[in-house]
Write a protein that binds this ligand. Structure first.
Ligand SMILES: NC(=O)C1=CN([C@@H]2O[C@H](COP(=O)(O)OP(=O)(O)OC[C@H]3O[C@@H](n4cnc5c(N)ncnc54)[C@H](O)[C@@H]3O)[C@@H](O)[C@H]2O)C=CC1
Ligand SMILES: O=C(O)[C@@H]1CCC=N1
Length: 284
């Protein structure tokens, strides 16, 4: 995997229109990022079967909406496929009659290989397969991007502009690694939430208020991540050892984690996510 982070946000391509099929969580997060990066609202479209969802998006961002995926696909230069993997085959069959050959296709769907998208759309296309995550809602997303050989440099730069608007971007060297991106970045906010939930439960059982435990735990996790990112000369192991005084409190907790095979638990969870990604890419 090649990680290439782009902290700078280039000016959006004000000429391009972008449309999202599926106006759910990820589409809303990306649209919010584009609006704050000054992408013109009248050049952003979204389609969804649910009218109330579209009305909410129009009210919030003043973007254009339609219930017709086909009309949207015809209209835009950049088409973002943002429905659940289980709905993607339906969406492809609704838009396959549209000539998409001069458009940039961006998929955020877990699992679906680019080749399957092209097969379902019955066209050879410039496709970037991406995997963002929900911290995108606060501009702290981490997105993996993989482009097929038909995506040109300008289209790559536009894709970076779009995803830099919601956090950092990393180009991934091989498409086979996109299920790993999903397992360690797309899904991992949920693992960290589970960890925080479990720690809050333990702290409350030890007599602390939930509010205080939430404040301490969320800041400790954010602080640990910031420290790791700001100290590239120190390995994670070294940072861990600096917390872990011999015979101290941390050592007791780490010994408990290790005796319960924490690393094995994490490896199995990541493997399960990767496996599910592969399955989602094959389901009809
Ligand atoms: N939620 C997450 O943390 C992440 C999700 N993803 C991927 O993003 C995609 C979307 O996920 P979410 O935004 O979480 O789901 P969501 O359920 O919030 O949004 C999907 C939207 O698609 C709409 N939809 C359903 N059928 C449709 C159709 N035929 N045409 C147009 N719209 C249709 C639904 O009404 C819904 O509003 C999925 O493929 C998922 O794998 C990727 C990264 C992170
Ligand atoms: O759970 C899922 O399938 C999606 C993909 C990554 C995060 N949510």
């Amino acid at each position: 995997m090649t990680a290439d982070t782009h902290p700078d946000l280039p000016a959006p391509n004000s000429e391009a229109t972008i449309g999202f099929i599926g106006a759910g969580n990820m589409a809303s997060a990306i649209i919010a990022g584009l609006i704050s990066a000054n992408w013109p609202a009248h050049k952003i479209y979204a389609s969804n079967p649910s009218l109330p969802k579209l009305e909410r998006l129009t009210q919030k961002f003043n973007i254009k909406t339609t219930q017709s995926n086909q009309a949207l696909a015809e209209q835009v230069d950049i088409l973002v496929l943002a429905v659940k993997p289980q709905k993607l085959a339906d969406v492809c069959s609704q838009i396959k009659s549209v000539d998409l050959s001069h458009k940039l296709i961006i998929s955020v769907a877990a699992g679906w290989p680019i080749q399957r998208i092209e097969q379902n759309l019955q066209q050879q296309l410039a496709v970037v397969r991406t995997m963002p995550n929900t911290p995108a809602f606060v501009g702290e997303g981490a997105s993996g991007l993989f482009a097929n050989s038909r995506v040109n440099q300008q289209q790559k730069r536009i894709t970076e502009t779009i995803f830099n608007a919601i956090g950092t971007t990393s180009w991934i060297a091989a498409e086979a690694q996109m299920d790993t991106v999903t397992a360690i970045a797309g899904s991992s906010p949920a693992y960290f939430f589970l960890m925080m939930e479990s720690m809050i439960t333990a702290a409350v059982q030890a007599g602390m208020s939930e509010k205080t435990a939430f404040e301490l735990i969320t800041q400790a996790m954010k602080g640990a991540a910031t420290l790791a990112q700001s100290t590239p000369n120190k390995s994670l192991e070294q940072l861990r050892k600096e917390v872990t005084s011999p015979g101290g409190t941390t050592a007791a907790a780490i010994a408990s984690f290790k005796s319960n095979e924490f690393e094995d638990i994490v490896r199995k969870a990541v493997d399960a996510s990767i496996q599910r990604g592969k399955e989602l890419g094959q389901l009809n």
